[in-house]
Design a binder for this molecule. Structure first.
Ligand code: ADP
Length: 490
């Protein structure tokens, strides 16, 4: 029987270490709030280095037995976890919406999306092959085998409270690693619920440990993992400055890193594009989760011949988006995560207007709904001097830049230190080939705005990080290759 939980049963305010729910060692707590209303949902453990150490101790004790299970035994547990996540889709989706603010339909969608990684890596667990190296000398056999890398520390952001942590924990467990994890301070509850379900699915004590911490405590807490030589890998999704910090600070013990960092995605609409498809693709990719995703288009480049028409079509559709709390079943855009996020959006829009941008839709806060709401916005006449060109706005703002020819668009698109997602719309096959090759990004959407799939490799180039999540490549980040050389056979 796959157990279904009530929403309130899924809310766990404590750390999960060695199979037990525990308060922080010093009893500290911090508040988790509903971004729609500012109401406190609960007070969760505010961990310190002692809690991080206890989690690592548990993960170290659990590692030998977990690593030695048959891959199909680990797969069976992961499949049970997947089934439990799906059986609790409504409650988990509601919890995501409650602490993160996204509309309920998106919350439920995220549950299915996160679960798809668990199912995928459950299957991949049984396909970890090595190689028999063609013989080089008589009497000598050489083979390459793959082993779990060891204890993995996972650090995740708030924008996808379930999917981001699921797509780190699932491959780690599939590979035979044990895990210590710290979710974002804004959204720790979904992660704890996920861990509860993993325990229910039969993940043994110590294999998966989760600690929560406020931003003030996070630095010292995570530092304990960075310095601990037993932790062999850091998998992180978040901002580029924090990613660089983790790389620097973990260098002392030379950990392997997977870093999925910030983007500044270009979205290019050529004169020969199907404009209806481009508008629909931009709406899906830009305004999903209120524009708070790292693959959101941040700079929309539109060729001069279709600029006005595209701007008009887009702003009509954007003006119709319904902004409301997740509790409203018709909501399409919810509140932003916190006041820092709203202030950044307002700063970007104000700066753009000061530099000559025109508002075609939105362009203002929505205090009538609450302090965390911003109207979905379209800005015309964006230029490269504006803040929103160099930095991710991470909100519901589409800024339209005008360009004349293909070379100019590619030059502008690549003129950023980042390289996560990119998108372009064109119906010319030769242009599609040229532009796909020229874009400096880990992910290219060609006449498509929805890119995410557990079967596809997700990750960036340049300062958007390294490593890939999902797909057949996703497990490699959690494995090391051991070369076995057996001699004197003849
Ligand atoms: P965002 O700006 O989206 O919150 P961050 O990169 O700041 O992105 O945060 C992503 C995750 O990294 C969160 O879990 C956060 O608590 C954690 N984090 C932020 N700064 C540090 C730090 N100095 N050391 C360890 N973890 C950190």
């Amino acid at each position: 029987m796959t157990r279904q939980f009530e929403l309130k049963e899924l809310i766990r305010p404590d750390n999960f270490i060695d199979g037990q729910w525990r308060a922080a060692a010093d009893g500290a707590r911090f508040a988790v709030t509903d971004p729609a209303t500012g109401t406190i949902i609960t007070q969760v453990a505010d961990s310190g280095p002692a809690d991080a150490r206890a989690a690592t101790d548990a993960a170290a004790r659990a590692l030998p037995a977990w690593r030695d299970l048959l891959p199909k035994e680990r797969a069976t547990i992961l499949h049970k976890w997947n089934a439990l996540i799906l059986a609790n889709q409504d409650a988990l989706g509601a919890l995501i919406s409650l602490e993160q603010g996204k509309p309920l339909a998106e919350g439920r969608g995220e549950v299915a999306y996160g679960a798809s990684y668990v199912a995928w890596f459950a299957d991949e667990a049984t396909r970890i092959y090595g190689d028999i190296i063609p013989q080089q000398q008589h009497g000598k056999r050489m083979t390459a085998v793959k082993e779990p890398i060891g204890i993995v520390a996972a650090i995740t952001p708030w924008n996808f409270p379930l999917a981001m942590i699921a797509r780190k924990i699932a491959p780690a467990l599939a590979a035979g690693c044990t895990v210590v994890a710290k979710p974002a301070e804004d959204t720790p509850l979904t992660a704890s619920a996920l861990v509860l379900l993993a325990h229910e699915a039969g993940v043994p004590a110590g294999v998966l440990n989760l600690i929560t911490a406020s931003r003030d405590h996070a630095v010292a807490t995570v530092a304990d993992w960075l310095e601990d030589s037993r932790v062999r890998k850091i998998t992180f999704t978040g901002s580029t400055p924090v990613g660089k910090y983790l790389a620097r600070e973990s260098a002392g013990t030379l950990k392997k890193l997977s870093l999925e960092l910030g983007g500044n995605a270009p979205f290019i609409v050529f004169d020969d594009a199907d404009l209806d498809a481009a508008v629909t693709g931009l709406l899906a990719s830009k305004f999903r989760n209120g524009g708070q995703t790292c693959v959101c288009p941040n700079r929309v480049y539109v060729q001069a011949g279709v600029y006005d028409k595209f701007a008009d079509m887009l702003s009509r559709r954007v003006s119709e988006l319904k902004v409301a709390p997740a509790t409203d079943p018709d909501a399409q855009i919810g509140p932003m995560i916190n006041i820092r996020a709203i202030d950044k959006i307002a700063r970007h829009v104000d700066d753009a207007l000061a530099h000559g941008a025109r508002v075609l839709a939105g362009g203002r806060r929505l205090p009538e709904l609450g302090p965390h709401y911003y109207a979905p916005t379209v800005l015309a006449d964006a230029t490269h001097e504006m803040l929103l060109c160099g930095e991710e706005t991470f909100g519901p703002v589409a800024a339209l830049f005008r360009f004349d020819d293909e070379a100019e668009a590619i030059e502008a698109a690549n003129n950023t230190p980042f390289g996560l997602a990119s998108y372009f719309y064109s119906q010319d096959v030769r242009r599609i080939d040229r532009v796909s090759r020229a874009l400096q990004a880990g992910i290219v959407g060609i006449n498509e705005g929805a890119l995410a799939s557990e079967a596809a490799p997700f990750g960036g180039v340049k300062e958007s990080g390294y490593g890939r999540e999902g797909s057949k490549y996703g497990l490699d980040d959690y494995l090391s290759i051991k070369y076995l050389c057996q001699g004197n056979l003849a």
